[in-house]
Design a protein around this ligand. Structure first.
Ligand code: HEM
Length: 181
């Protein structure tokens, strides 16, 4: 594990435990809960992807277009009859170190998605949670983040952005869980 990865993981582990516990409370055998989980993820994911687009995430990792999952989550929501509100991102353009933190959280969340998708009934739309990714793409991203965040102050910026990104998932998850429980 690179030192940057270790720092990002340690500094966000409390936030990860909270989202893990929160999203574990959606009953994925119930269609309303599954739809609510996807709606919550969309509410968090779409604005962050929009920020990464605006900030030029391709300069950090050229395969950014293949990593995006906005279209997949919108397709699932459409199939479930849900139209999410447009992503609000304001006018800010994130700096590269902040984008590194965002990418860490969005790409890391695929790892949990792989576990969650096993609980989703076979015939339901699951382009988002099941979206395939070759296994080399996670370590490749971590290596890029390690060279980008060469200075401790840059790592701090990434950690703050990563925790804010987790915060978006936590806030959206709590709101949507409240609607179905
Ligand atoms: C019930 C929901 C979730 C479960 C069960 C879960 C589970 C996991 C597991 C088992 C891993 C480690 C996988 C591995 O090392 O191969 C992981 C990693 C990770 N997850 Fe989650 N996760 C959940 C939700 C989320 C969400 C909503 C996010 C972000 C929004 C997230 C972000 C991450 C990140 C960033 C990592 C990488 C940690 C690292 O190795 O540095 N997870 N998750």
């Amino acid at each position: 594990m690179t030192p940057t990865h270790r720092r990002l993981r340690e500094a966000t582990s409390a936030a990860h435990e909270r989202v893990d516990a929160l999203f574990g409370r959606f009953d994925l055998q119930r269609r309303a809960d599954y739809a609510a989980l996807l709606a919550a993820h969309a509410e968090a994911l779409l604005p962050v992807e929009a920020l990464l687009d605006r900030g030029g995430a391709e300069a950090l990792t050229a395969d950014w277009p293949q990593r995006r999952r906005g279209d997949e989550i919108l397709a699932d929501l459409d199939a479930l009859g849900i139209t999410p509100a447009p992503a609000e991102t304001g006018d800010s353009v994130p700096e590269p170190a902040a984008m590194a933190g965002m990418l860490y959280v969005l790409e890391g969340s695929r790892l949990g998605g792989r576990f969650l998708v096993r609980s989703v009934p076979e015939h339901w739309p699951k382009a988002y949670l099941a979206s395939p990714q070759p296994s080399h793409m996670w370590p490749e991203l971590l290596a890029k983040l390690d060279s980008l965040l060469y200075d401790p102050t840059l790592v701090d910026v990434a950690v703050t952005a990563a925790n804010q990104t987790f915060g978006r998932f936590e806030a959206a998850g709590a709101r949507w869980l409240g609607k179905v429980s």
